[in-house]
Design a protein around this ligand. Structure first.
Ligand code: LLP
Length: 438
C-alpha cells in the first residue's frame, strides 16, 4: 500500500516526499512521525475544490485535534483552510503560529471561563456553543465588550453514525451539543438571540469519526434543516451557517475503500441542495471540518525493530513471531483505545516479498500490541518498520507512558525533510517535576 508521494527506490527502500525512510530514520532517529507535506496539501486542495465546485459558499476548517503543531497550523493557513481548535492549548498553538483569529472556530463540550475569555480576547471567528451552562458563562463574559461574538449552536442530531462507540457523537444520548428533541437546542438559540454581545450565525452538527459513508451526515443535515424550519416559524430567523462537522474515514488497510473527498462532497451538497429546496429555506454558508481525512494517510510512523521472539502457541498449533519495536502505545494509542488496525511493512526491504506473519509489539510494560497480525518481509533486528496512515490522532494523543519521550515529527517534500516537532529529551521528561524540600 503506497500512499501520497510514497514509492520504492531502486535500493528497495520506502521513499516519502523524495526522501528514503532509511536515511530519515538515521538522521532523525526512531520512532519518527513522517508527514508527506504534498499529500497534506493535496487533501486540503481536494476538499476546497470538491466543495467549491458544488456549492456557492463553503469554508473548510481543518480539525486541529487530528494533528497540530506550529508548522501544521501555518501549512493549513497557507492552503486557505480555517482551523477548528478545541482547547486553550490548540488555540494558543494557532495564535502563536500567526493563524488569523477570524478563521478560528472554537469547540469543546466543557470550555472553561478562562478558555472562553482567551477566545474572546483573541477575537476568534466563531465559538461553537455546546451547552446551556456555556451560555451562562458567555453571557457574563461578553457583557460590556465592544465586538459582538459570533456563535454557532451545536446540536445533537440524534443519528446513529455506525462507527466505533468511542468516536460516535451524533446520537441523541451524547455529551455533545444541545438535544434537538428535548427543546434544549431551541432554548439555546433563543438565549443567544437574547444576549447582547452574542451574534447567532448558525448550527453545528458533527456525527462521528472515521465513517465509511455519508449516510449519517445526510440524516443529520435533514435533522438540522427541520430545526431550521422550526426556528424560522418561531423566530422568523434564517440559519446563515451550517457546519456539518468532519468524520470522513481513510485507508488504513490495503483493502479499505473509503469514500473519496469528492464523493463525500457530492453526498453532502446534493442532500443540502435538495433539503433546502424541499423546505424553501435560504441557502446557508456550508462549513465542513475534516481532520483525519486531511492528515491521516499523509503520516507514516517509522520504528526500529528490536527483539524478535518465536513463541509456541496451541491454537492453531504452531509458532507466533513477536516483532518488538522501539515505540508503541505511547506514540499510537489507537489500537488500545479503538481496536484500530494498521498495515505495516519493512521500509528497508520494501521490494522483497512479504511472507512472514508476525505480531507487532510495542515496548511498554503491558501487552501493547500495535498490530495483531501482519505479513512482513523477513524481519531482523535493526530493520525499519513503516506503519502507514498514522498521521491522525497519533502524535496528538501521544503520552509519556513509561517515561518514553514523545517522538519527533518531520515534514518531507521534494527530497527535503524539515523537523517540525523535536524529539523529547530525557531532561524534557523532568521539566515539570518538582522535588519538594525535605
Ligand atoms: N469536528 C468536531 C466537532 C469533532 O469533534 C471532530 C472529531 C472533527 C471535527 C474531526 O473529525 P475527523 O474528520 O477527524 O473524523 N481520537 C479518535 C477520533 C476522535 C474524533 C473526535 N472529533 C481516533 O483516533 O479515532
Amino acid at each position: 500500500m503506497l500512499l501520497g508521494t510514497q514509492r520504492i527506490t531502486v535500493r528497495g527502500y520506502l521513499e516519502i516526499g523524495g526522501r528514503d525512510a532509511v536515511s530519515l530514520a538515521e538522521e532523525f532517529g526512531t520512532p519518527l512521525y513522517v508527514f508527506d507535506e504534498a499529500a497534506i496539501r493535496a487533501n486540503c486542495r481536494a476538499y476546497t475544490a470538491a466543495f467549491a465546485a458544488r456549492y456557492p459558499s463553503v469554508a473548510v476548517e481543518y480539525a486541529g485535534k487530528a494533528f497540530l503543531c506550529l508548522a501544521m497550523a501555518r501549512l493549513i493557513h497557507e492552503e486557505g483552510l480555517h482551523l477548528d481548535v478545541a482547547s486553550a492549548g490548540e488555540l494558543y498553538t494557532a495564535l502563536r503560529a500567526g493563524f488569523p483569529p477570524a478563521e478560528l472556530v472554537f469547540h469543546g463540550n466543557n470550555k472553561s471561563a478562562a478558555e472562553l475569555r482567551m477566545a474572546l480576547d483573541a477575537d476568534v471567528g466563531r465559538i461553537v456553543v455546546d451547552s446551556l451552562y456555556e451560555l451562562d458563562l458567555l453571557e457574563r463574559l461578553v457583557a460590556g465588550r465592544r465586538r459582538p461574538q459570533e456563535v454557532l449552536v451545536r446540536v445533537a442530531p440524534g443519528v446513529d453514525p455506525h462507527t466505533h462507540r468511542r468516536i460516535q457523537t451524533g446520537q441523541a444520548d451524547t455529551k455533545f451539543g444541545l438535544n434537538l428533541a428535548s427543546g434544549a437546542a431551541m432554548e439555546g438559540v433563543k438565549r443567544v438571540l437574547r444576549t447582547h454581545g452574542l451574534l447567532f450565525t448558525g448550527v453545528h452538527a458533527h456525527v462521528g469519526s472515521n465513517l465509511r459513508d455519508a449516510e449519517a451526515h445526510v440524516q443529520a443535515l435533514e435533522a438540522v434543516l427541520d430545526f431550521a424550519v422550526r426556528l424560522r416559524e418561531e423566530t422568523g430567523l434564517a440559519i446563515e451557517e451550517l457546519n456539518a462537522g468532519g468524520g470522513l474515514g481513510i485507508r488504513y488497510l490495503p483493502h479499505d475503500r473509503p469514500l473519496s473527498i469528492d464523493a463525500f462532497a457530492e453526498a453532502l451538497t446534493s442532500a443540502l441542495h435538495d433539503g433546502l429546496a424541499r423546505r424553501r429555506l435560504p441557502r446557508p454558508r456550508l462549513l465542513v471540518e475534516p481532520g483525519r481525512s486531511i492528515v491521516g494517510e499523509a503520516g507514516t510512523t517509522l520504528y526500529t525493530v528490536g527483539a524478535i521472539k518465536d513463541v509456541p502457541i496451541a491454537e492453531p498449533p504452531g509458532v507466533r513471531t513477536y516483532v518488538a519495536i522501539d515505540g508503541g502505545m505511547s506514540d499510537n494509542p489507537r489500537p488500545q483505545l479503538y481496536d484500530a488496525v494498521y498495515h505495516a511493512f519493512l521500509a528497508n526491504k520494501a521490494d522483497q516479498p512479504a511472507e512472514t506473519i508476525v505480531r507487532i509489539a510495542g515496548k511498554h510494560c503491558e501487552t501493547d500490541i500495535l498490530i495483531d497480525s501482519v505479513t512482513l518481509q523477513r524481519p531482523e533486528p535493526g530493520d525499519i518498520l513503516a506503519v502507514p496512515s498514522t498521521g491522525a490522532y497519533t502524535y496528538s494523543m501521544a503520552s509519556n507512558y513509561n517515561r518514553l519521550s514523545r517522538p519527533a515529527a518531520v515534514f518531507v517534500r521534494d527530497g527535503r525533510a524539515r523537523l517540525v516537532i523535536r524529539r523529547e529529551t530525557l531532561d524534557d521528561l523532568l521539566r515539570q517535576d518538582v522535588l519538594p524540600d525535605a
